[in-house]
Design a protein around this ligand. Sequence first.
Ligand code: AMP
Length: 542
Amino acid sequence: MLGLMQNQPLLISSLIEFAERHHGDAEIVSRRVEGDLHRYTYKDVAYRSRQVARALDGLKLAFSDRVATLAWNGYRHLELYYGVSGSGRVLHTINPRLHPDQIGWIANHAEDQVLCFDLSFLPLVQAVHGKCTTIKHYIALCDADKLPADSGIPNLQSYESWIGAQASDYAWPQFDENTASSMCYTSGTTGHPKAALYSHRSTLLHAYAAALPDVMCLSARDSILPVVPMFHVNAWGIPYSAALTGAKLVFPGPAMDGKSVYELIEAEKVTYAAGVPTVWQMMLGHMKPAGLKFSTLRRTVIGGSACPPAMIAAFNDDYGVEVLHAWGMTEMSPLGTLCTLKNKHLAMPKDEQMKIRLKQGRAIYGVDMKIVGEDGREIAWDGKAYGDLHVKGPWIIAEYFKGEGGNPLVDGWFPTGDVATIDPDGYMQITDRSKDVIKSGGEWISSIDIENIAVAHPAVAMAACIGVKHPKWDERPILAVVKKPGAEVTREELIKFYEGKTAKWQIPDDVVFVDAIPLGATGKMLKTRLREMLKDYKLPGV
Ligand code: AMP
């Protein structure tokens, strides 16, 4: 017997329809490429998204055709999120930090038909458009009078004249909720990137889950600043969850330096912010010397790479802001776990609570996880034994776009490539990417643990730990360090700093000072590149 409830497909268009009807006057504030602040409401987003949908019809784009963006976090990008997916096309957000050759490759692989870009990416589009064989229409996200003359880009139109010519009445089409809605290529370090292809259903389920109290805890009373980019995994789903809850949205545009982000938080009474650790490091670096405080910010979700304990402590103790440590991946839409305490932890002393807060957190309903050993068997949840982390759930990929890489699942589970422990309360802690684990004398050393200690040193801006070959121990850890401007620390002082903080055999054998640690397109440390940089390095005394 089937239930007798209405069978409405879960479609992205329903989110913006809801926000327009029930939170029509909630604000969307965007720092524009031009430098000024733009402000309007969900009612306007809905209106202009319908114009986008009509404009795509006008280009004769078919159902499921791909529309690419090269854009910062801003209101026009948000309109494309809803107009493109809502009308049944697929939004392909491209990471502008990728190499131009890679951008050309993925645009062709995705068979993008349209490319919408912020004017700050004009030189990039000029460099790649010759390589893009499928793109027929180029749209600059600007007013008609800002459209550059002689850009050399064929059929270039301004976004405002493109959508401005359209009526705003449009009935969002109804279709199967499993229809593709958006796509994002993973920034793989080897081979060509592969794309996760999200569906309307996976996106809506993820949006519901992300808003839950023990996940991002979003509400109509929040003012949310996603510093995490809309060009990478849909800004952790915030553009959808914000519409679902009616929260105010504040977009930083291209201004993501510490000073600009801090000023925007204060000016727009932001209560909630989301970003990777490097962004917050820049902001705290700006605030501390100037003695600045937050007046409204209450919570910040930090993920994308491990959040150093020193950062959690600084936010909490110096600024009264709760850090929610999160873990996920492109293949997971992206949220997998979030770290919030359980009732029984509330009475614990602060330092005990801190040990829990450092972990990547508990699985969200909708994500199941397990750790497995080399033999594929599940490993106990004792918080000590580590293994390969596998996940499954309705917003985790079943396969990559165009079947690239074959079947990525093992017995129905997606192997994440991360190595983790899970404690008896279900808190997962990443110890490493499987390829970054350091094996010394048969024991594993967590490079994340070693890096976390280093960045707690006041003179260290950034640190990366890698293993180097050793004749006796197989591998030994060394630390690459970037010093804070004007700060001094010696190799010996840093090695001494480890004493008492970790087991003796885990202390790095050497410290190498570098000007910068190579970062990938999503701001994560590129250890493959670092290993190449240090390929002629020899351990002292070996
Ligand atoms: P991406 O698909 O580019 O978002 O990268 C996903 C990978 O980033 C994960 O598989 C992890 O290796 C890493 N990652 C994400 N969040 C965290 C976190 N909180 N702590 C440690 N690593 C993380």
